[in-house]
Design a protein around this ligand. Structure first.
Ligand SMILES: [Zn+2]
Length: 402
């Protein structure tokens, strides 16, 4: 065969591993180069296996920045990424308003967080806050030698599915280890969410025991699991994002209070915007990769901005005179929960950091106040009063009939 020239004499090509006769078997009985070629060419090679594809689709989320309007929702989610101390975000609205799309779109914007290199999850900050005893002996030694205990890695988006069992959420007995007579605990979703973003769709439909575990872990930043003789305490410092459709179920007021920002997500009411949203969704469904590519540059810039704001955040100060303005609003609104000011101030700090400033201004408070302070009043009282009003209307209607 011309063009398929033989290797120059003395330079035998290595034989492929897949030959039916192994290289050593062939080379042991080879009389000449010609013989070798005859033995290898045209026989013995297993045909390449046709690999079935895995069927797993690559997830390319709808670009966050391609979401039309919904300014408040987008702002709340970005502030949550900048400042986890804000207490997360609750998105409230009917179906089809882009809540889940927006949350999943955060995937490309997630910041870098330190990930421990150790099985026990030791981090340098543990030593900085609690001393050498806070980490395992290995890590204590590494720290003393100036070796890194952690690497910076992109945060993940962990979803808590509606059908999760309490065991999945907090962790339980590792059944595979149990088969080998070992009692070991397996990390649950809450531990996996440590340092990451935890998204709970339809948070109002979760079982009460799961919601309680979730909120306790979120509040304390850690939680303890006990199963018979074994127990373990896991870190769970996550950014909590919940979404709910109020038509499908009520959210207990004490749960609602645990979320930092609350956003009422409504459908777009402007025809132009609706049309634009339709076009973008259509383009995305036809070619997700191309749509993502069209927003790649902006997405990268946004991700860098979030990272920079996170780094600036510890330096951002809230002057007393600005804080007093916020407290006055809270008092006038009749809000009792202390979480109102925590969220208001932390969100305002995040907003200032996002604007590359180190001092919070009243204008920052104004930007975030509606999200931080709405739905904070005791819903018992407002429900009670609205029921009274309804009754009043009914009474009036009955009396007018006679
Ligand atoms: Zn360690």
């Amino acid at each position: 065969m011309e063009g398929n020239s033989l290797p120059p004499a003395g330079e035998v090509q290595p034989l492929p591993e897949t030959a039916t006769e192994t290289s050593s078997q062939i080379s042991s009985g080879v009389r000449s180069l010609r013989d070798l070629i005859d033995r290898v060419v045209g026989k013995g090679l297993t045909p390449p296996q046709v690999q079935e594809d895995s069927g797993i689709a690559e997830v390319i989320p709808f670009p966050f920045l391609a979401i039309v309007n919904q300014y408040e929702m987008k702002m709340a989610l970005l502030l949550a990424l900048i400042n986890p101390a804000m207490g997360g975000v609750l998105l409230i609205g009917p179906r089809g308003t882009g809540k889940t799309t927006a949350v999943r779109g955060l995937l490309d914007l997630l910041p870098l967080v330190p990930k421990s290199l150790c099985y026990y999850g030791c981090l340098p900050e543990d030593i900085e806050t609690m001393g050498m005893d806070a980490v395992c002996p290995d890590c204590a030694r590494k720290y003393a030698e100036g070796k890194p205990l952690a690497v910076m890695d992109r945060a993940r988006l962990v979803e808590l599915p509606l059908n999760a069992r309490l065991e999945d959420v907090i962790g339980g007995i590792d059944e595979r280890a149990a088969l080998h007579q070992r009692l070991r605990l397996q990390r649950g979703i809450l531990a996996q969410a440590d340092r990451n973003v935890l998204y709970v769709d339809e948070v109002n439909l979760l079982n009460d025991d799961i919601v309680d575990a979730l909120l306790d872990a979120a509040a304390q930043g850690s939680y303890t699991v006990r199963r018979g003789p074994v127990s373990a305490t896991y870190r769970s410092r996550f950014i909590l994002i919940g979404s709910m459709n109020p038509e499908e179920g009520h959210l207990r007021p004490q749960i609602q209070d645990r979320f930092g920002l609350r956003v009422i997500v409504r459908g777009l009411d402007n025809d132009e915007e609706r049309l634009e949203a339709y076009r973008r969704v259509k383009a995305y469904l036809a070619n997700p990769r191309l749509t993502a590519a069209q927003y790649r540059l902006e997405t990268e810039i946004a991700r860098e901005e979030i990272q920079l704001a996170r780094e600036l955040l510890p330096k951002v100060e809230l002057p007393d005179e600005v804080a007093k303005v916020g407290l006055k609003w809270i008092k006038e609104l009749g809000i009792d929960s202390l979480r109102a000011e925590i969220t208001l101030f932390e969100a305002a700090r995040a907003f200032a950091a996002a604007d590359s400033r180190q001092v919070v201004e009243v204008s920052d408070l104004k930007q975030v106040a509606p999200m931080a302070l709405r739905l904070r009043k005791s819903s018992f009282m407002s429900d009670y009063l609205s029921q009274q009003e309804e009754e009043q209307v009914q009474l009036k209607a009955i009396m007018e009939q006679t």
